[in-house]
Design a protein around this ligand. Structure first.
Ligand SMILES: Cc1cc2nc3c(=O)[nH]c(=O)nc-3n(C[C@H](O)[C@H](O)[C@H](O)COP(=O)(O)OP(=O)(O)OC[C@H]3O[C@@H](n4cnc5c(N)ncnc54)[C@H](O)[C@@H]3O)c2cc1C
Length: 459
C-alpha cells in the first residue's frame, strides 16, 4: 500500500506497463497472477491488440488473415486496465507519462509508482530519408496488409502491361535485409507471386518475376550459423530468389533502388528489413543506454538508479553473463523476461527485494522458414534443415499463439491452403498514407516513357 501525500489514507501501488507486444502483454498476464489485487495495473498501447510477429510475413502472402495473428489486449485483462493511447513523453522525476488517446487525440497524464518499459523497437533507416519514404516495412499489421495489397496490385498491373521492360520492372521486388524478417518476407512473396501468376495471370510469364534480397553480410541468416546459413542461401537461390551479398542499399526513389556498388535496380517495390532501433522517446530517457539506444538494465531487469522502473524486450539492453553478449531482440527473450519482471515486480511491491530473481536465459534455439515447407533450425546446437525444420517452426510458433481461438484459426487457414489456390483478393482497410505509398511507384513506372527506363542500369 502507498500512503496518499499529506493524509493517512492509503492506496494501491500503480503499475504502468507501456507497450502491448510480446514483452508488455506477457508482463500484464503474469503480473495479474503474481500481484493479484495488491496493485492497480494499467497497460498503455497504441495498438489495441497483441501482434504475433513471427507469422506476419504470412499475412503478406495471404496464407493467414490479419485477425489470425492479432489478439485484443483486453482479452488478457482480468483485473488490469487497458488504455488505447500513444505514449508522448515519460517524466522519470515526477513519475508521470503523457499519452494521447488514439480515437480523439485527447492528451492525458497517467501517474505511476512502478513503470514497465516494453515499447519494442522501430525500423532503423540509418538516416536515409529516401529509403524511409519509399520502402515498405515489415513491422506492423498495417505494413503486412500494405505489402499484400501492393503485391496483388503489381500483378494486376503487370498482367495488363504489354511493354515487357515495364512489366519486368513491375515484377522486380527488392528486399533489403538477410535476417529472419527479410528472408521470410522474400520467400513468402516469391512463392505467392509465382503461384498466383501461374493460376490467374495469363499475361504474366512467371519467369519474369524476380525477388532480389540485398544483404550487407557475406551470407544470410547469421543467427543459425555458417553451415545452416549456407544451406539457406543455396536453397533460396535455387528457388529463384537472387541474393546479393556484401552490399548495402544506399538510396531509393519511387521506381528504383541504388546499391553501395552503384548498381541501380529499377523496381516497383522496396521492402526494408534492414535493422531496428528504439523509439526516440525511449532513447532520450534520462538513464543509461546501450549503443542502439536500448535502456541498460541490471540482472533483475531494473533500470540503474531507478529501481521502480523495469525495461525488457526489444527496448532493453542486457548483457548475458556467460557469453558477455547482449540479449538479441527476439520474441522468445521478451516472453522469458516478462515472467522475470512480473515476479520481480511482486517482490519489489511486497517489500521483499531479496526474493527477486536474476534473469539468466540460454537461448535454446533459432528457426526460420526459407520456402515452401522448408526451414532451418538450430536447436541446442543441433542443426536441422528441410521439411523437419519447417515442421518444427510451425509447431513451435503455433503452440505459442496466445489463445486457443487463434490456434484453431491458424491451423484452419494452413489446412485450407493445402487444398485451395492462392487468394488474390486485396484486403479492404488501408490508411490513406499507406495508399499513397502503395500506389505511387506503380503509377510512376507506368507514366515513364520506355526511353527513360532504358537509361537505367539493369542487373
Ligand atoms: C516480421 C518479423 C518477424 C519476426 N520473427 C520472429 C521470430 O520468428 N522469432 C522471434 O523470436 N522473434 C521474431 N521477431 C522479433 C520479435 O517480434 C520481437 O523481438 C518482439 O516483438 C519484441 O517484443 P516487444 O514487446 O519488446 O516489442 P513489440 O512486440 O514490438 O511490442 C511493442 C509494443 O509497444 C507498442 N508501442 C510502441 N510505441 C508506442 C508508443 N509510442 N505508445 C504506445 N505504444 C507503443 C506497440 O504498439 C507494441 O504493442 C520478428 C519480428 C518481425 C518484425
Amino acid at each position: 500500500m502507498i500512503r496518499k501525500a499529506g493524509t493517512s489514507e492509503t492506496r494501491l501501488p500503480k503499475v504502468l506497463i507501456l507497450g502491448g507486444g510480446f514483452a508488455g502483454s506477457n508482463v500484464l498476464r503474469e503480473a495479474q497472477k503474481t500481484l493479484g489485487t495488491r496493485a492497480e495495473i494499467t497497460l498503455v498501447s497504441q495498438d489495441n491488440f497483441f501482434l504475433f510477429t513471427p507469422m506476419l510475413p504470412e499475412i503478406s502472402s495471404g496464407m493467414l488473415h490479419p485477425s489470425d495473428i492479432s489478439t485484443p489486449i483486453r482479452t488478457f485483462c482480468k483485473t488490469a486496465n487497458f488504455c488505447h493511447a500513444r505514449v508522448l513523453s515519460i517524466d522519470l522525476d515526477s513519475k508521470e507519462v503523457k499519452v494521447v488517446r488514439i480515437f480523439d487525440q485527447k492528451e492525458m497524464v497517467i501517474e505511476y509508482d512502478y513503470l514497465v518499459l516494453a515499447m519494442g523497437s522501430k525500423d532503423n533507416f540509418f538516416g536515409n530519408v529516401n529509403i524511409e519514404e519509399f520502402a515498405f516495412t515489415v513491422k506492423t499489421l498495417e505494413d503486412a496488409i500494405a505489402i499484400r495489397n501492393h503485391v496483388v496490385s503489381v500483378l494486376e498491373c503487370a498482367d495488363q502491361e504489354h511493354d515487357k521492360v515495364l512489366q519486368e520492372q513491375l515484377l522486380r521486388f527488392v528486399v533489403v535485409g538477410g535476417g529472419f524478417a527479410g528472408i521470410e518476407i522474400a520467400t513468402e512473396i516469391n512463392h505467392f507471386m509465382h503461384d498466383a501468376a501461374r493460376e490467374f495471370y495469363k499475361n504474366i510469364d512467371h519467369e519474369r518475376i524476380k525477388v532480389i534480397v540485398v544483404s550487407a553480410r557475406n551470407g544470410i541468416l547469421p543467427e543459425v550459423g555458417e553451415e545452416l546459413g549456407n544451406f539457406a542461401l543455396d536453397y533460396v537461390r535455387k528457388s529463384g530468389i537472387e541474393v546479393i551479398t556484401n552490399t548495402k542499399a544506399v538510396d531509393a526513389g519511387e521506381d528504383h533502388v541504388l546499391l553501395s556498388d552503384n548498381t541501380i535496380i529499377p523496381c516497383a517495390t522496396l521492402i526494408w528489413a534492414g535493422g531496428v532501433v528504439v523509439e526516440p522517446l525511449i532513447a532520450d530517457l534520462k538513464c543509461q543506454h546501450g549503443p542502439s539506444g536500448r535502456v541498460v538494465v541490471d540482472q533483475y531487469l531494473r533500470v540503474q538508479d531507478r529501481h521502480e522502473i523495469f525495461a525488457l524486450g526489444d527496448c532493453a539492453h542486457l548483457v548475458e553473463r556467460n557469453s558477455n553478449t547482449v540479449y538479441p531482440t527476439t520474441a522468445q527473450i521478451a516472453i522469458r523476461q516478462a515472467k522475470a519482471v512480473a515476479g520481480n515486480l511482486a517482490a519489489s511491491i511486497g517489500g521483499n527485494e531479496s526474493a527477486m530473481v536474476s534473469f539468466d536465459y540460454k537461448n535454446k534455439g533459432v528457426m526460420a522458414t526459407i520456402g515452401k515447407r522448408v526451414g532451418v533450425a538450430l536447436i541446442n546446437g543441433r542443426k536441422i534443415h528441410g521439411f523437419a525444420a519447417w515442421l518444427l517452426w510451425r509447431t513451435f510458433y503455433w503452440m505459442n499463439l496466445p489463445t486457443n481461438e487463434k490456434k484453431v484459426k491458424v491451423a484452419f487457414d494452413w489446412m485450407l491452403h493445402l487444398v485451395f489456390r492462392a487468394d488474390i483478393m486485396t484486403v479492404g482497410f488501408i490508411k490513406k498514407k499507406t495508399l499513397t505509398r502503395l500506389e505511387t511507384p506503380i503509377y510512376s513506372i507506368l507514366e515513364r516513357s520506355k526511353d527513360e527506363s532504358e537509361n537505367l542500369t539493369y542487373l
